[in-house]
Ligand binder design. Sequence first.
Ligand SMILES: Cc1cc2nc3c(=O)[nH]c(=O)nc-3n(C[C@H](O)[C@H](O)[C@H](O)COP(=O)(O)OP(=O)(O)OC[C@H]3O[C@@H](n4cnc5c(N)ncnc54)[C@H](O)[C@@H]3O)c2cc1C
Length: 390
Amino acid sequence: MDLGFTPEEESFRHEVRTWLKANLPAAWRQDGKGGYRDEEDTQLQRDWQRKLYEGGWLKLGWPKDVGGRGATPVMQAIYQEEMARSGAPGILGRLGVTLLAPTLLAHGTAWQKEAYVERILSGELIFCQGFSEPDAGSDLAGLRARAERRDGKWVLNGQKTWSSGAHYSDKSFLLARTDAGAEPHRGIGFFLVDMHQPGVEVRRIKQMTGGGEFGEIFLSGAEVEERDLVGQPGDGWKIAMTVFGFERGGLAQAARFEQAVNELAALARERGAGTDATTRQKIAQARIEAHVFRLIGLRNLTRAQHGHAPGPEASVTKLYWSEMDKRLQEAAVGVEGMYGALTPDSAYAIEDGRWQYGWMWAQAETIYAGSSEIQRNIIAERVLGLPRGR
Ligand SMILES: Cc1cc2nc3c(=O)[nH]c(=O)nc-3n(C[C@H](O)[C@H](O)[C@H](O)COP(=O)(O)OP(=O)(O)OC[C@H]3O[C@@H](n4cnc5c(N)ncnc54)[C@H](O)[C@@H]3O)c2cc1C
């Protein structure tokens, strides 16, 4: 495992920091709050995406022949880490930029690449992900939304749920069944669906955080042009697997955790909880866990740098950070004592309710991108070689 960075990598880090200093306005820096807390953040996230796009950062790891910079996995991790350290906001088109654009490069037609890729990166087109359904989450292959070919178009019917950002998205990359008679993993198509059409209705889902960043998507006769089917009508599952391959954590999260632990320690000192043995133990544990997570990130990075694709051990990373964050947020709410029970929007909430908000948000982290139980199944079967559960 490589624990250090080369002089070239350090000079790249300097380049990122210099750019951030010149381009990230102080008022845009996030104060540790997670998720998409403020509705007005959507404009900020749109503007920030535009700046990153114009700065050439959104194609950092892409090959040079498609206009990228061909940055190594280590450089990409440095970039992510510096973004996290600077408190840079998220980008509005995150799902399109990180999941769909690279998937289109791998599976899209020349027309799809031409029509979508640059517009996704620039933020002109915002995409949401329409995979999950009320009865198909972990068992995604059980999805039931249907797509039928009629008069040279695909006509979609069914329901999607938990679609992040559906209410402000222009389009969705969505899975629907193209062949009801085929085996569950076959007969699924991967469609690019226009969200601004009569056959698409979005209903926002209110969460316990008070926000409403997810939507249910109701498809009733929604139309998709043939050119907006990615791959063949039965290729959807294979393409979805490419999408999942782009969902991963890394040094950026390690940097965020380290920062959060420091902030938690400061909170404990301020609240006079720093002398309590249990609290001290929890904070020490959080610091150790954040450090272990950094080492896991460096190990993954070393593998990536040597050309190995992330294997089932990616599940260890996902399981580790999501469970660790839950413990960290819980420790923080505990440090707040009675104040920890206030809702984040209460006028009496400490630090603008960020820790209560973080605690609530952390409950979702062990569900999305593969729940903890699913990750444990993968680790048991594919890493430890244990027999398959029933
Ligand atoms: C913050 C967040 C953002 C999301 N964004 C999107 C999005 O943009 N687009 C989208 O399509 N979806 C999105 N989702 C949905 C997400 O993909 C699903 O919630 C996830 O796949 C789990 O599915 P489910 O909610 O249907 O739970 P289920 O699959 O019904 O699981 C319920 C419980 O059973 C457990 N379980 C299920 N199967 C097994 C098994 N085989 N062995 C052991 N335990 C099992 C699970 O771990 C869980 O505890 C998002 C979810 C969250 C929380």
